[in-house]
Design a binder for this molecule. Sequence first.
Ligand code: EPU
Length: 347
Amino acid sequence: MTHMEWIENKSLLRHNTFGMDVYARWFTEVQSEDALRNTLARAGDIKSPLFILGGGSNILFTKNVDGLVLLNAIPGMDVVQEDEQYVWVKAGAGVRWHQLVEYCIEHGYAGIENLALIPGNTGAAPMQNIGAYGVEIKNVFHCLTAMDVQDQLMHTMYADDCAFGYRESRFKREWKNKYVITSVTLKLNKKPDYNISYGAIARELENMGVKDLSIRAVADAVIKIRMGKLPDPAVIGNAGSFFKNPEVSADTFHALQEKHQDIVGYILETGRVKLAAGWLIEHCGPAEGVSWKGYRKGDAGCHALQALVLVNHAHASGADIFELSNRIIESVQQTFGVALEREVNVY
Ligand code: EPU
């Protein structure tokens, strides 16, 4: 039996976009289903706790991992099926998400151009049903393959099995730590059906002087918008939106509007309202008349251009970021009576 090398006491600094210098007791990287099977079996034999890591772009480490960190680096991008209108693209879990987006743009496969530049790997994308600018992966999801951690058997899951919701899936709930996703297959469109309903995209396309829409142009607009307000993790540690946008009833929304005329909310099909958490965070703060937006204590801060994003300016600890997130949750609760929920996983 072959197994990949296990490295002892490995720093995870380069494996999490928050830039936390925590250590893994053991660390290994798998690049194939066979290697994954062997590694899971071995970890099971010695009863080692297991931590599955992808791009590390949605995790806040507050402590070392006393177990095996398994970096899922399974490669590959292929067209597995095709008809006149659609193409099914299968990608390995270890493929960087944006690399898959670029591959699809190059080949003229539409459907994920709005999801350009989202950090992280393809395998993690369905877990939290990544979304941006009016599109979620569930809109183009066909199926995924996953290995059961316990018995190493392979399973195929379709959209209905995954119970996708806003930044939600079964993999975050009852299937947490039960499976390792090995590949994701998307059903993409050869005849683009652009979604530029999100105001910022339409404005950006106009700024860019785009006359004829194309997959490339939409992706470029998204890339520009993201680069304009989201901090680049290579420069300043962060994991994108730290909180979810909370949902409230229409009545609650109207009551909030009476007190805060310019509060931002989007009415959902259900009649409930999704509030812009960034707005809520911007409109309260650590002291009277001070906003959280741009706030900084030591190296832990709230991004100056997008209040929903918490940042590690250099040497903040996971605990520093976590504490700041607690203060923000409390402050939003006190000011608006709204409960914020973290979007980032905390370890
Ligand atoms: N806003 C403020 N102040 C802020 C930030 C936002 O007032 O500091 C208000 C503005 O009115 C703005 C509105 O909130 O128009 C929406 O802001 P934005 O377009 O930046 O989107 P978001 O709701 O803050 C969500 C996703 C992002 C995604 C964008 C675009 C969540 C948790 N976040 O952010 O996803 O890129 O929409 O679709 O749903 C991520 O999940 O990591 C992520 C970056």
